[in-house]
Design a binder for this molecule. Structure first.
Ligand code: 45D
Length: 149
């Protein structure tokens, strides 16, 4: 179920990928504790998060789409050198910034595609460890590894 879930996630539109991540965060929020994400890890992503915090809402959305699309931008490259756990912590922190109003929100009436809803439903049924496995794979493939080829 896990490889299939990842495959379907990757076939989603960029916007649906971002929306599914966001809805997954809102479901998992209580299980992910700030302690678990580790302050040390976040320090490595802090410069990146501060940069994004200072952007306009449309720019913030563009950065997230660039990451999901693996477009080669300075931010995608900076993201690409983070460890997998730091990438997860980065997305977690972006969600926190959304909740606090520093980052563009998902529009209230956003409609997921049918595949998007399926991925989300499947994710919800997985246990926490399996959810982490899916999320790790998904966020580790985002951005651009500046050291590749
Ligand atoms: O206009 O270090 C749309 C542990 C539509 C422990 C949009 C861990 C168009 C070790 C695109 C929808 C493993 C527990 C707009 C860590 C439109 C450790 C906007 C785990 C505006 C780190 C879309 C941590 C937007 C975990 C703004 C599990 C979407 C972390 C934004 C999980 C989406 C984090 C965001 C997750 C999603 C974060 C910011 C799931 C973030 C999700």
């Amino acid at each position: 179920a896990i490889p299939a879930t990842i495959a379907v996630f990757k076939s989603l539109s960029l916007d649906d990928q971002l929306a599914v991540l966001w809805y997954a965060y809102t479901e998992m929020g209580r299980s992910i504790t700030p302690a678990a994400t580790g302050a040390a890890r976040l320090q490595l992503a802090e410069g990146l998060l501060n940069q994004i915090k200072q952007m306009s809402h449309p720019e913030q959305l563009e950065v997230m789409r660039d990451l999901a699309a693996q477009r080669n931008t300075p931010i995608s490259r900076a993201y690409g050198i983070l460890s997998v756990n730091t990438k997860l912590a980065f997305w977690y922190e972006l969600s926190e910034l959304m909740v606090k109003g520093f980052v563009i929100p998902v529009p209230a009436g956003y409609q997921l595609s049918r595949d998007g809803s399926r991925v989300l439903e499947t994710l919800k049924e997985l246990d926490f460890g399996q959810q982490i496995t899916v999320l790790r794979k998904v966020v580790s493939d985002m951005g651009v590894d500046p050291l590749a080829d």
